[in-house]
Design a protein around this ligand. Sequence first.
Ligand code: AMP
Length: 283
Amino acid sequence: MKIIRTIRALQLWRARQSSRNVHLGFVPTMGAFHAGHQSLMQRARRSCGTVVVSIFVNPLQFGPTEDLDEYPRPRQTDLALCRQAGVDVVFVPSRKDFYPPGFQTSVTVGVLTRPWEGAHRRTHFQGVTTVVAKLLNLVKPHRAFLGQKDYQQCCILNQMVTDLGQGVNMVMCPTIRESDGLALSSRNGYLSSSARRTAPVLYQALNMGASSIREGETSIKRIETVMQAHIRKTSNAKIDYLAVCHTETLEPLNHTRKKMVLLGAVRLGKVRLIDNVIVNTPV
Ligand code: AMP
């Protein structure tokens, strides 16, 4: 496995690949790997000749009161997990190399970035699209692998790649969960032991909403009430949003459709959990 630490070295490596007819898969990450990240690497490994993973804790996507300095950075363990997953190249740039003094470009996607996570983390998605746009320009992959866990992020990055004609096939991979349903996240380690016990309520609520749809419920209000009631009855989690949305525009729906996504975010103490479930109406 090759470890590349500078943009210049990555550009040289990428230029050398152009003469080889390889199918290149890319997994952008901030490190602190868990089984969710590993599943993306494994999926890339199965479908691409060469797999590149980036590890970069991107300062642009953290708000001023968020956890940039505390974000876990277990570099040696992360590199060992990449090796184990059969990754070919790990790109680990420094902050100064990636955003040198004078860096002043950003990539902004429009309406998709405004609701839900965008409303709660105002500069977050611009940070994500800026870093991923630059990474895609450098790595020039054929396919990039993203987790459904961050559903709105997947939609935004799809839109960006389409709008900018970047020609990358974006592959959304299933959310990997703990046995009690909690979606794996590098931030789950911040949960206190009592918050950790409560944390599965979000996924439970989303599943209850999905079940009510599958059983024929057509009132969006009642579906949302089912989800909210579960959280309120079983925890002291604060609900940021729980909504039934269009799978592509992410607009909140007034009527059920054939396919929908239930999006949710709650706060447990200082930790924010997000999750989602895609649901099809019975035919
Ligand atoms: P991060 O390192 O948190 O920026 O995430 C890197 C990638 O891993 C993103 O595409 C995430 O959506 C994905 N990811 C994070 N958690 C999970 C999970 N539990 N299951 C699947 N993919 C995930």
